[in-house]
Design a binder for this molecule. Structure first.
Ligand code: BG6
Length: 494
């Protein structure tokens, strides 16, 4: 058998893209609740409605370079927000978990929405209804032998912390996060043992979605926010271990593969520098417990001094993670002189288009071998257990006359990636312990806010304008996954 006994097979979702019920059960607002839909194919970005300090109301797109200081995001009652209902796990959790079990899951990755537990992020007391909701969900998972793998923070900074404290730029957010972590580790002791601290920590500080206003225009703030995210993660690890030594707590990085565009040493060096700043920096800090030399030199060159509290450096060391998890969708190429070379899309790896590879409908480069390369490189560097906690193909699905979604393109994508994981385990000997493909049930896209960009093996009837009765249907890929999972990855034939 190539995949070890007990290998974790499942799927992954995030509260802000799947749960809906955006004000139900005492939940407060998160920044993600203020983000509109967009249109990825036509390049129309998601927007925030914001109010400026002088009372002027305006909008910014979520990839904007100009988020004015003092801006406050808000929900405009006349605007449609896809995440407010999303695909409504909040009211379908029993039915959905039964479907996951039917597919053969023994793990399910989901995130806790911080604002369900602390509606403003920093309230005195937690919201019991929110705590109970997740407790019910975790108990339901265990009924089927499914281990919850819980992300503490997946793109959902409480709006109050973002508007009033500039999110992770402020130490106040770290303190509030610490209290939230302590609360959920305590409540779910014995129910959850697999945890992830901050989803795609390398993307986090770059988006307003995470409460960093003035982000791209103020590098000092970005670096401070990064420090706070690392401290937040290290606190989560230490508190989690203290409350239950059986907790197994990992980091989560968007880790696409990247290649030098050519074998010109200048291109190779450009890729080394880019990979340091886009990926390795985050793993180095969270696996080793200190900032690597290349980062310290960069901060020195830029004259940026991070504000630390006494004990922070020790905390970073103590809070190193138990395992390395990452999302993997695509790869890109890097050149020393990228001018005149066509660019590629992707969630993190927006580099240059690789002439050897094809792209998805959303322009993301499909590269299964890149996953094996990553597994090797990550394992060589850290020698920690690894999980692939996101992977998948965002595609347009159509319902055929027989009522079925024949998503052979998705089956092919998943097949090709599992084959490479298998080689990494069987031939290269890496310690891979789990696989949770992204959005195994249709949900709202984080990047574009679309419903039509679907990753699921389970279809949910909901479109980009909010039409649909939310009923669930098994796609063709559902049955493929079922066969793969139930055979522990041995039966991969398409
Ligand atoms: C990752 C995120 O970046 O990629 C998910 O952790 C996200 O939240 C996923 O949904 C796929 O990206 P997108 O933009 O296609 O939803």
């Amino acid at each position: 058998m190539s995949f070890p006994k007990g290998f974790l097979w499942g799927g992954a979702t995030a509260a802000n893209q799947y749960e809906g019920g955006y004000l139900s059960g005492g939940k407060g607002l998160a920044v993600a609740d203020t983000l509109t839909g967009g249109d990825g194919i036509h390049g129309i970005h998601r927007k925030f409605y914001i109010e400026l300090p002088d009372g002027t109301k305006t909008t910014v797109n979520n990839r904007t370079e100009e988020v004015p200081a003092g801006a406050k995001a808000y929900v405009d009652p006349d605007v449609y927000y896809p995440s407010h209902v999303a695909t409504d796990f909040y009211h379908h959790w029993k039915e959905d978990i039964a479907l996951f079990a039917e597919m053969g899951f023994n793990v399910y990755r989901l995130s806790i929405n911080w604002t369900r537990i602390f509606p403003n992020g920093d309230d005195e007391e937690p919201n019991e209804e929110g705590l109970q909701f997740y407790e019910d969900v975790f108990r339901e998972c265990h009924k089927y032998g499914i281990e919850p793998l819980v992300t503490l923070y997946h793109f959902d900074c409480p709006l109050h912390l973002a508007n009033e404290y500039d999110g992770w730029v402020s130490r106040h957010t770290v303190d509030a996060f610490e209290k939230y972590c302590r609360t959920v580790f305590t409540r779910y002791k014995g129910l959850v043992k697999y945890w992830l601290t901050i989803n795609e920590i390398n993307i986090n500080a770059n988006f307003m979605m995470n409460g960093v206003h003035e982000h791209l225009t103020n590098k000092k703030n970005v670096e401070q926010a990064r420090w706070h995210l690392f401290i937040g993660s290290a606190k989560a690890v230490t508190i989690g271990h203290e409350i239950d030594p059986d907790n197994f707590i990992g980091l989560m990085i968007a880790h696409g593969a990247s290649y030098p565009y050519t074998c010109d040493p200048d291109d190779v060096m450009a890729e080394v520098i880019s990979a340091h700043s886009r990926k390795w920096f985050y793993g180095d800090v969270q696996c080793r417990g200190y900032y690597p030399e290349y980062k310290l030199k960069e901060l020195e060159r830029e004259g940026i001094e991070i504000v630390k509290e006494a004990g922070d450096d020790e905390l970073l060391k103590k809070g190193v993670v138990d395992f390395y998890s990452f999302s993997y969708y695509s790869s890109s190429a890097v050149a020393a002189h990228p001018e005149n070379i066509e660019g590629a899309e992707g969630n993190q790896e927006r580099g240059l288009k690789n002439p050897y590879l094809k792209q998805s409908e959303w322009g993301w480069t499909v590269d299964p071998v890149g996953l094996r390369i990553n597994l090797n490189q990550i394992y060589d560097r850290y020698h920690l257990p690894m999980m692939v906690v996101e992977n998948g193909l965002g595609a347009l699905d159509t319902i055929a006359e027989d009522g079925m979604i024949h998503d052979d393109y998705r089956i092919q994508y998943i097949h090709d990636h599992i084959v490479e994981m298998k080689k990494a385990v069987e031939i290269d000997g890496v310690n891979l312990i789990g696989y949770t493909p992204w959005g195994h049930i249709d949900l709202v896209s984080a990047g574009t806010g679309e419903m039509r960009k679907r990753y699921g093996f389970i279809y949910v009837d909901m479109d980009d304008d909010g039409n649909g009765d939310l009923h669930r249907e098994r796609k063709k890929s559902f049955y493929y996954i079922q066969r793969v999972y139930k055979s522990n990855g041995e039966d991969l034939d398409i």
